[in-house]
Design a protein around this ligand. Structure first.
Ligand code: SF4
Length: 414
């Protein structure tokens, strides 16, 4: 691929440039980051290799992306080292990698060059089953290769009030429908069926949009998580089970309830952007209701309840460079973000990044995404902080999640 020039004539490094410059970082990890930034586009030949009887598919539009509803797109891809590419089907004009059929195998292709062969995710057995109330289990709990995912809510109060995070398209403000709340019995039955498949799942993750209501701010959200977690817990004989949640930042009292009344082992609440000024601009709902400093304080409070290394925060890697109020220099963005991540790490909170993908349904839909080199440097910096402060990431690593390049490094580097 040819290197391009930015408006300031700064040379943007290509995939091969970055692989050569950061030779201590695994090539497949760098490729994965690039595929997340650029997205992937399935050719019709590639889609002909998708067998819904075997493979996991998405059949609905996601994140505001207009997919051809007559086609069945795969959930996502696996690389040969077992890591995941969680990337969206992206229109050709956005310069995505192609996923094409080459000699009967699926491959990532760029400029007619085969970059890597890839595989599809296999569908778990419970995807064919129904709960006793007649709901397809795949609509209750979705699957990654080794993790079960529950969405506690398909609605976000911030998005509904036009105060959503500007990179987010999961809960766009113009969303007209809200899915019916799944009943606890359906959750219990689905988790039971899923974990009965030998050797497949090792972790359960729950997240959802913000719910501000209740006696205390966020009590409605807390109650929903407790109800869902107790339904899951019906399947375990131990008090704690391998599960974490990503919620809005709960108060100390709410965190104690979450820990005491459920079986979760780890807690996450996403700050998204590690800079107060940029956070206020990019996440107006979070900023106005809780605020940057209080959010950070609540994370540190959670360490006293869940333990060092069992509290994390997610950031959207690169969104701090968005225009017009983001950082104007990658070096400055990196320095500032890692300084804040270090302050959190020193207090027992681990930070991981999800590569910012510019989504058509988001307010930031017309932005330019981060450079590959920036995302690689940030992933390495976050990984090094985890080493320095001896923080584990085993509840959110390549097996459990697979969507954080920095967490992937934890199994590969010393
Ligand atoms: S809190 Fe922000 S990132 Fe999360 S669902 Fe709402 S708008 Fe999206």
């Amino acid at each position: 691929m040819t290197a391009t020039l930015t408006a300031t004539s700064e040379r943007v490094l290509t995939l091969n440039d970055v692989i050569a410059k950061y030779s201590h970082i695994p090539r497949l990890l760098i490729l994965r980051i690039d595929a997340q930034i650029r997205g992937i586009h399935y050719t019709d030949q590639a889609l002909s290799a998708v067998d819904p009887a075997i493979h996991q598919i998405y059949s609905r539009a996601r994140h505001g992306i207009k997919e051809d509803e007559s086609k069945q797109y795969p959930a996502s891809l696996l690389l040969r080292d077992g890591s995941l590419i969680i990337a969206s089907h992206t229109p050709l004009e956005k310069n995505p990698y192609l996923v094409d059929l080459v000699d009967g195998r699926l491959a990532l292709v760029d400029n007619d060059e085969i970059i890597e062969f890839v595989e599809l995710w296999e569908k778990p057995a419970y995807y064919e089953l129904y709960t006793s109330s007649g709901i397809p289990m795949k609509d209750v709990v979705s699957a990654r290769p080794q993790r079960l995912d529950l969405s506690s809510s398909t609605y976000c109060h911030f998005g509904a009030k036009h105060k959503g995070c500007k990179f987010c398209a999961i809960y766009p403000p113009d969303r007209k429908t809200v899915a019916a709340r799944i009943k606890p019995q359906d959750i219990t039955e689905t988790i039971r069926a899923a974990i009965s498949e030998p050797g497949r799942f090792s972790f359960i993750h729950i997240t959802g949009g913000t719910k501000l209501g209740g006696k205390e701010l966020l009590d409605a959200e807390l109650e929903h998580y407790i109800e869902t977690l107790q339904a899951i817990g019906e399947n375990f004989s131990t008090k704690k089970f391998p599960c974490d949640v990503t919620t809005t930042a709960f108060s100390e009292k709410q965190l104690h309830r979450l820990y005491d009344e459920t079986g979760i082992m780890a807690y996450t609440t996403d700050m998204e952007v590690l800079d107060e000024e940029k956070f206020n601009w990019i996440c107006p709902g979070k900023s106005e209701t809780i605020g940057y400093r209080e959010w950070k304080k609540r994370l540190i409070t959670a360490v006293g309840i869940f333990g060092r290394g069992y509290v994390g925060t997610g950031i959207v890697a690169g969104v701090e460079l968005a225009k017009p109020f983001g950082f104007t220099s990658e070096d400055e963005a990196l320095r500032s973000t890692l300084a804040e991540a270090e302050d959190l790490a020193a207090n027992g909170v681990t930070t991981w990044g999800t590569v910012w993908k510019v989504l058509p349904g988001a307010e930031f839909r017309d932005q330019k995404g981060p450079s590959l080199e920036y995302c690689v440097r940030l992933a390495e910096g976050l990984y090094q902080l985890r080493v320095k402060y001896d923080l584990k990431v085993d509840f959110n690593d390549y097996r459990r999640c697979g969507n954080h390049p920095d967490a992937d490094l934890s199994r590969l580097l010393k």
